[in-house]
Design a binder for this molecule. Sequence first.
Ligand code: HXC
Length: 271
Amino acid sequence: MTPPAYVFPIVDSRSVFKPDIFKGKVLFCTGGGSGICRGMTEAMMRHGANAAIVGRKFDRLTQAARELSQATGQECLAAQADVRQPNALKDAVSKTIEKFGRIDYVICGAAGNFLAPISGLSENAFRTVLEIDTIGTYNTIKATIAHIRASKGSYIHVSATLHYNGTPYQAHVSAAKAAVDALSAVLAIEEGPHGVRSNVIAPGPIAGTEGADRLVPKGDVPAGPGYPSGRMGTIGDIENATVFLFSDAASYITGQVLPVDGGWSHLHTGF
Ligand code: HXC
């Protein structure tokens, strides 16, 4: 079937950005063992960065680190930690500094999600998602900020677009991600004078991710004038935004939220 003319192309960041723009730099990424954050890590490594990925599941993390190194030729450290545990995160940061000597970029990406109506959401279920997404982001900022000041580095927080509207069964995630957006803005303003930038990437419906598998009906999005992209997003779309926002080309961009959603969040249904 011939795709309609308004389908947005799928682009590899290597066809746009130079391969060595992050040479000598180090990325610290929570949630980097799988999904979108693993893709973001791979993109940074493909452009010359070494990386530390943080996650709870040791086996998955070490396998991901090995595969990322093999795929990119860069070094990747698997640093096991639960972002809800500040001391575990501090240990992960120490291991990263021991191995690489610096941290230039941080991705706060660890997140939890499931579908549940407010009426059926236990206090612990609501608290759990806020602890992973929001407090986990706060803990990551606290554990890394001294190093990011030292390198005049940059943060990207992985949020969502579903809190722009009332997305059913997503009260916990909506509250958590709204708080993440707010944290990033304050971080940008407070740390700007130290040369630190902080931005948010808000992925829309990204094919092949746990979040979209749970939230988006099976099958592709309908193509048509009301659906500007005519396709689901790809992890590669988020990778491209990541490389741009961490690059010097974005040096005057801070405190912003960048939805990477093919325009979906402007639809009346949102996502
Ligand atoms: C209702 C649920 C539930 C469900 C868990 N709970 N799943 N309640 N419906 N489907 C409740 C539990 O009963 C418990 O409450 C509380 O939540 C904590 O559950 P635990 O399993 O003990 O927590 P934990 O082991 O820490 O697991 C955290 C988790 C889990 C969030 C529940 O799903 C997880 O770790 N997910 C990580 C992977 C993931 O979800 N990735 C997708 C991210 S996508 P009680 O009261 O029984 O004690 C994303 C993007 C969003 O975030 C935007 C997408 C477009």
